[in-house]
Design a protein. Structure first.
Length: 144
């Protein structure tokens, strides 16, 4: 259904962001004077958003990169916004696969975010936060 709505010719969309914007899955900020409303995506193509929403809901229950992305976003933004974020990620993947015929899909895995975590940077950040609260911090390596 995604191919039926988007088509195979990706020359209409120079970047993945153009496709996501066309599908109205990119968050935008609406501002009038001091009032602002952010995070709304607009109506978009219901025949495209429906299957993408179903695919995102199915991907959210898996042990894959998209499932982990859903779980990371849902913690801070809520279920519906997390589903839109995963649907956007699916559409970006589709664009990359259709724009480059030689491209192949490679699953990054559920541990992708954890493997990219810089433990030294995270440690320094936590120590800095504790020192800002008035604590003196001494670190010792835990026994393995």
């Amino acid at each position: 259904m995604i191919l039926a709505e988007v088509g195979l010719d990706m020359s209409r969309f120079p970047t993945a962001g153009h496709l996501v914007s066309w599908a109205r899955l990119s968050p935008r900020t609406i501002q009038s004077g001091p009032k602002s409303s952010s995070g709304r995506t607009g109506k978009g193509n219901p025949y495209l958003k429906g299957p993408l929403g179903e695919a995102a809901a199915a991907a959210a229950r898996t042990s894959t990169f998209l499932g982990e992305r859903y779980r990371r976003v849902v913690r801070r933004r809520g279920k519906l916004r997390a589903l839109v974020a995963v649907a956007r990620s699916i559409l970006v993947i589709v664009w990359h696969l259709l724009a480059d015929p030689a491209a192949r899909f490679r699953e990054l895995g559920a541990g992708h975010y954890a493997s990219r975590t810089d433990t030294d940077r995270k440690t320094r950040g936590h120590v800095r936060q504790l020192e800002a609260l008035g604590f003196t911090v001494t670190l010792a390596q835990a026994a393995a």
